[in-house]
Design a protein around this ligand. Sequence first.
Ligand code: NDP
Length: 452
Amino acid sequence: MATEFDYDLFVIGAGSGGVRAARMAASKGKKVAVAEDRYLGGTCVNVGCVPKKLFVYASQFSELFHASKGFGWSLTEQPSFDWPSLRDNKTREIERLNGIYNNLIENSGADLFDGRATVAGPHRVTVNGTTYSAKTILVATGGWPYIPEFPGSEHALSSNEMFSLEQLPKTAVVVGGGYIAVEFAGILNGLGVETHLVYRGPNLLKSFDREMSDKVTEGMAAKGVNIHLNTEINEIIKTDKGLSVVLQDMSLIDSGLVLYATGRQANTANLGLQNTAVVLRDNGSIVVDDNFCSAEPCIYALGDVIDRVQLTPVAIQEAMVLVDHLYGDNSATIDYSDIPTAVFCQPELGTVGLSEEQARAEFTDIAVFTSDFKPMLQTLGGGADRITMKLVVDTQTDRVVGCHMVGEHAAEIIQGLGIALKAGATKAHFDATVGIHPSAAEEFVTMRTQVR
Ligand code: NDP
């Protein structure tokens, strides 16, 4: 006789991936439970993509107010910024989204547990003092900011705390050269904070196309971010006035806040996985196969906790593939190549496909097309922003293998080009496409001069 389980699927973690898997499984008639001990919607909704983007919008007004003058507007008084208003309005919006997530889970028919779940063993999950049996357990617990230990590191904040600061400081130091560091440097700078970005390497956003990441660095510096490359922080000292940050060359920066955006680690500590055969990497992430199955056959994992691609839409797609594998016809797959992505730094960076460096390594002969121009807003608005675009083409097949853009609306524009790359578009297809005039995006279909 088949064993009766309390649940077909027990999902630990109600972030983007976990909730999608739970809802899809429930919609297929499965008995599903979801446990979450922090906030519904996970990192993305609460301390990631969503509040970050709201802060990015807020930080762009300073330049827009300035640009409006050239278009005939006069501001009757000097605009001023109130941090608590932004913070609290943001929190209300997040609470609204938390409510939507709650309804999505409840309306799907899944049981929602408000508590920390641990794995008691294969097929067993304990939450709020009760142990439930489940045919399948899904670990979708995401990641958590990592801050290295060094003298004074207890004074450093992670991105989590940036969303609920009591006050905005006059000066801030941001450490790191990845997505979160450059995004927060732009936000703080735009909100009027004197911002220092400290990165240990020679190039910010080092995994992106070099020409494009250089443009971001130049653009950020032009907007007023103080960029310190090839250096690290030796120590953070608490003083009467705030914090004193000691750099490697012993120079000091007095700062009201130090944000460490030095990566994120999988949330697997104290989860009870030692009671199972699940294998973890040194960084705590869970090793899974192509079907997201761990070394323990009844335990699956997806999203940031498996440390493949730490992006919300990827976790959601992984969830769809997993549910199809478990309860569908097992035909869905995920392709990790050509994932469009954007960094909401200022200037914004959008990209899909291979960087010029990657394409050179992969193909014998490539053609590179670029365009660099002043956005139309600046003609009357008077700012110093530029837009740079780049197409990387495999000359043997004429296929466009990389599209990159730095400048306003890069994320919006690159999303569409992601479809073109997935469809295998050639440079001839780009050239045969009629532009939308006047737009920045039309440059992508009018680039005729090969620069390299
Ligand atoms: P990243 O991995 O992108 O960057 C981490 C940075 O911290 C790197 O520059 C790294 O330097 C540096 N670093 C690591 N350890 C240390 C250390 N001990 N001392 C000094 N510097 C250190 O991580 P993030 O935290 O920025 O973001 C995490 C992930 O979240 C991203 O990879 C991305 O997938 C996702 N994300 C996506 C966003 C989006 O889609 N717009 C926005 C924000 C996050 P080095 O390069 O030298 O190793």
